[in-house]
Design a protein around this ligand. Structure first.
Ligand SMILES: Cc1cc2nc3c(=O)[nH]c(=O)nc-3n(C[C@H](O)[C@H](O)[C@H](O)COP(=O)(O)O)c2cc1C
Length: 193
């Protein structure tokens, strides 16, 4: 069974094909992603909904083979670097934690960044590009590298690329790549009152 088959979700209902297709790989092919394609993916993030249309997200990306890529790679945790180095693109997802119009705290900023991330992952999937978000990174290193101002927070990092061969991965990543995806039952997350 190919990794892509293993990763097909076992759903009770027929989902939108792009939602069903998306998953978080660790094996990426050598194929690069054109800048225009990267921009298209982040355009999808741009059109996410947000509280007060604040759009509290910002992204910084780098393509493989550049100093910028190596700098972002260096910010990742030891558990993410071994596989993420083969991605075509690495990015940092930043949230602006205050409203631009009045400087007050935006308590929905991370929520809305998550929506934007979801949209970019789905747009990527529509082009056979897969994304893998990562919380495992050194926040302080990213803040210093990108010289982030107060109130701009790196929430997660991400890897993008075309699917690669799971055999290219070392353990424990290879096994994870070949393991089915699981979810809690719908009844655990949904209640009708
Ligand atoms: C905010 C966030 C942080 C994550 N951090 C990591 C990480 O540091 N390393 C990793 O390998 N996967 C990470 N993941 C991926 C999750 O483990 C993955 O989405 C989850 O297991 C579900 O698998 P699926 O995306 O293939 O459906 C992260 C996902 C999200 C949304």
């Amino acid at each position: 069974m190919k990794s892509i088959d293993i990763k097909k979700p076992d759903t009770h209902f027929e989902l939108n094909p792009l939602i069903a297709k998306r998953w978080s790989p660790r094996a990426f092919s050598q194929k690069m992603i054109e800048v225009s394609q990267v921009e298209e993916i982040f355009e999808a993030a741009r059109w996410a909904p947000s509280a007060n249309n604040e759009q509290p997200w910002q992204y910084v990306y780098a393509r493989k083979g550049t100093d910028g890529f190596n700098e972002l790679l260096d910010c990742l945790s030891g558990g993410n670097q071994p596989w993420a180095r083969s991605a075509a693109v690495l990015f940092v997802a930043l949230s602006r934690d205050f409203f631009l119009r009045n400087g007050k705290k935006n308590q929905w900023a991370h929520h809305d960044l998550g929506l934007a991330n979801a949209q970019l992952l789905i747009q990527a999937a529509s082009r056979d590009i897969y994304g893998h978000l990562m919380a495992g990174f050194d926040h302080e290193k990213v803040v210093q590298l990108l010289e982030l101002a107060d109130g701009i927070r790196p929430v997660c990092m991400g890897a993008l690329g075309y699917l690669g061969d799971p055999a290219s991965l070392e353990e424990p990543y290879k096994t994870r790549e070949l393991t089915e995806r699981t979810r809690r039952p719908l009844g655990e997350i949904l209640t009708e009152r």
